[in-house]
Design a protein around this ligand. Structure first.
Ligand code: NAD
Length: 271
C-alpha cells in the first residue's frame, strides 16, 4: 500500500468530514463513549455503538438517529476476544466496512493494592487491555483484507503517567494501552492504519460517580470541587472534551499522527 497522503489537498471542512466512514465505538451506552459516538456521527460517520448494556447502547444510537445521524447498536462483551471480534464483524456485516475503531470500554474499580483480588485484576485487564487488543486486531484484519487503511483510537488515562491511588490494576492496564498503541502503530502504519490514544483526566461520567467509595467522607463532593478548581483550566472534564479530540484523531486532519497519546486533562497532570 502506498503511503497515505491526501490531507494536504483538503479544505478544513473536508478534513473533518467523516461521511462514508464506518466507526465502531465500544462502551458507547454512556459516558465518554456516548459523547464520542455522537460527535463521530455528527462528523458524518455511520456509527455502531457496542456495549454490554443493550438498552443504553440502543438509546445512544436512537438519540443519534433522532438528530439525523446514522447509528445502530450491538451487544458484546468486550472483555473477551470473541466479543471484541464480534463487535467488528457486526459493523462490517451491517455497514459493509470499518474505518474507525474507538476502544473506549473500560472499568476502574477502586481497590487498595493490599486488598486487590485476582478476580478484580483479571476483570480489569481483560476489558481494558486484552479486549482492546483483540478488537484492534479484528479491525485491522478487516481493514487490511478490504485493502484500505483506517484509524484506531484507544482511550487510555492520565493514570498511565501518574497514579492517583487504589488503582494499581487500572494503572497497569492503561500503561499497557499507551505502549500497545505504539506497538500497533509501528506494525500497522505500513498498511495505512493509524493507531493513537487519548489520556483523559477527570471526566464526569456515570462511571466516575459510581466509583466513589460509599465510605468516603460526606464532604467528598466538596473535595472533588476543590480538585476541579485546582485544575489549571479550572474545571473538571466532560465527555465532549474527549469526543472532539477523538474526531480529530480519527479524521484525515491527523493523517501524519500515529503511536501518539494525546493528554486531554485540563492540565491535571501539571498539578
Ligand atoms: N471518566 C474518567 O474520568 C476517565 C478518565 C480517564 C480514562 N477514562 C476511560 O474512559 C473510558 C470510559 O470511561 P467512562 O467514565 O465513560 O465509563 P462509564 O462507566 O461511564 O462507561 C463505560 C461503558 O463501558 C461499558 N462496559 C463496561 N464493561 C463492558 C464490557 N465488558 N463490554 C462492553 N462494554 C462494557 C459500560 O456498560 C458503559 O456503558 C474507560 O476506558 C475509562 O478507563 C475515564
Amino acid at each position: 500500500m502506498a503511503p497515505v497522503k491526501e490531507a494536504s489537498g483538503m479544505t478544513l471542512a473536508q478534513l473533518y468530514d467523516l461521511s462514508g466512514k464506518v466507526a465502531v465505538v465500544t462502551g458507547g451506552a454512556k459516558g465518554i463513549g456516548q459523547g464520542i459516538a455522537r460527535r463521530l456521527a455528527e462528523a458524518g460517520a455511520s456509527v455502531l455503538v457496542v456495549d454490554i448494556d443493550a438498552e443504553g447502547a440502543q438509546a445512544t444510537a436512537a438519540g443519534i438517529a433522532d438528530g439525523g445521524g446514522t447509528a445502530s447498536s450491538a451487544v458484546a462483551d468486550l472483555s473477551t476476544a470473541d466479543g471484541a471480534s464480534a463487535a467488528v464483524s457486526t459493523a462490517v456485516e451491517r455497514y459493509g466496512r470499518i474505518d474507525i475503531l474507538v476502544n473506549n470500554a473500560g472499568i476502574y474499580p477502586m481497590t487498595p493494592c493490599l486488598d486487590l483480588s485476582e478476580e478484580v485484576w483479571d476483570r480489569t485487564l481483560d476489558l481494558n487491555l486484552k479486549g482492546l487488543f483483540f478488537a484492534s486486531q479484528a479491525a485491522a484484519r478487516a481493514m487490511s483484507s478490504a485493502g484500505h487503511g483506517g484509524s484506531i483510537v484507544n482511550i487510555a488515562s492520565v493514570d498511565a503517567f501518574k497514579p492517583i491511588g487504589n488503582l494499581v490494576h487500572y494503572d497497569a492496564s492503561k500503561g499497557g494501552v499507551v505502549m500497545l498503541t505504539k506497538s500497533l502503530a509501528k506494525e500497522l502504519g505500513p498498511i495505512g492504519i493509524r493507531v493513537n490514544a487519548i489520556a483523559p483526566g477527570a471526566i464526569a461520567t456515570a462511571g466516575t460517580e459510581a466509583s466513589i467509595p460509599p465510605d468516603l467522607p460526606a464532604d467528598a463532593l466538596a473535595m472533588m470541587e476543590q480538585l476541579n478548581n485546582a485544575m489549571p483550566l479550572r474545571r473538571g472534564g466532560e465527555p465532549d472534551d474527549i469526543a472532539r479530540v477523538t474526531v480529530f484523531l480519527a479524521s484525515p486532519a491527523a493523517e501524519y499522527m500515529t503511536g501518539s497519546t494525546v493528554v486531554v486533562d485540563g492540565g491535571m497532570l501539571q498539578i
